[in-house]
Design a protein around this ligand. Structure first.
Ligand code: ADP
Ligand code: ADP
Ligand code: ZN
Length: 215
């Protein structure tokens, strides 16, 4: 069973995907993470994507859909996928349909995290991750149990994204409104959209998502 987590930057997609990976053995497919890995490795895709990402605009549909196809091919057939940050355009939504169909996979739920945009800048500007395992944290909302030490792997190094600044966030939100929010009706017509209050506590959001998935 595959699911899409949909919501603007900072809505909590990555945070919730990491929890579903741990609790349900699903696999997180984040195009943002894949692109950042490509930038870091200096691959042709990374070289193309870097400037676009730094501006907060969207990378081309062809690039991200190709990345998703490759990741799915590396997965066991029975493992559920959590699409985090993909699809982001109508074109990507159409590609995903084809990608899933070709592999005999089924999109069971599209979970929209409903959030108040005013809260998102504070979430994004306080976001950081473990440099070793990638676990997500927040300066105020999700601190490690022991200051400076990752809860998951014990590492002491953390990092912040260069695009997590107020100016870029505004562009990313505008991109979401213009190109991503309009894909919801495609899934609504199929009756697979569930709305979850993304402003609730992180644990409560997880519980709502699990209730949806468990039916
Ligand atoms: P996205 O992947 O949708 O961009 P993240 O999951 O990275 O969002 O969350 C953005 C930041 O907000 C992170 O620092 C995370 O710890 C924090 N966060 C996520 N969900 C919540 C929540 N329900 N309440 C408060 N802070 C949250
Ligand atoms: P956020 O956590 O804020 O939702 P992501 O990590 O998903 O951000 O994405 C970071 C950047 O990577 C985006 O601003 C965009 O430039 C690029 N990106 C990620 N996923 C996609 C996608 N599906 N389509 C186009 N660009 C993408
Ligand atoms: Zn860690």
């Amino acid at each position: 069973m595959d699911i899409i987590l949909l919501g603007p930057p900072g809505a909590g997609k990555g945070t919730q995907a990491q929890r579903l990976v741990e609790r349900k053995g699903m696999r997180q497919l984040s195009t943002g993470d894949m692109l950042r890995a490509a930038v870091k490795a200096g691959t042709p895709v990374g070289l193309k994507a870097k400037a676009v990402m730094d501006r907060g605009e969207l990378v081309s549909d062809e690039i991200v859909s190709a990345l998703i196809g490759e990741e799915l091919d590396a997965m066991a057939a029975g493992q559920g996928a959590i699409f985090d940050g993909y699809p982001r355009t109508a074109n990507q939504a159409a590609s995903l349909d084809a990608i899933l169909e070709k592999r005999g996979r089924v999109l069971a739920h599209v979970i929209e995290l409903e959030v108040n945009e005013d809260a998102l800048v504070a979430r994004i500007c306080g976001r950081y991750t473990c440099a070793n395992c990638g676990k997500g944290y927040h300066d105020t909302f999700e601190q490690p149990a022991v200051a400076g030490k990752c809860d998951k792997c014990g590492a002491h190094e953390f990092k912040r994204r260069p695009d997590d600044n107020e100016e870029t966030v505004r562009t990313r939100m505008a991109e979401y409104r213009a190109k991503t929010a309009p894909i919801l009706p495609i899934y609504e017509a199929r009756g697979i959209v569930s709305r979850v209050d993304g402003m609730a506590d992180i644990d409560d959001v997880t519980a709502s998502i699990e209730a949806t998935i468990n039916g």
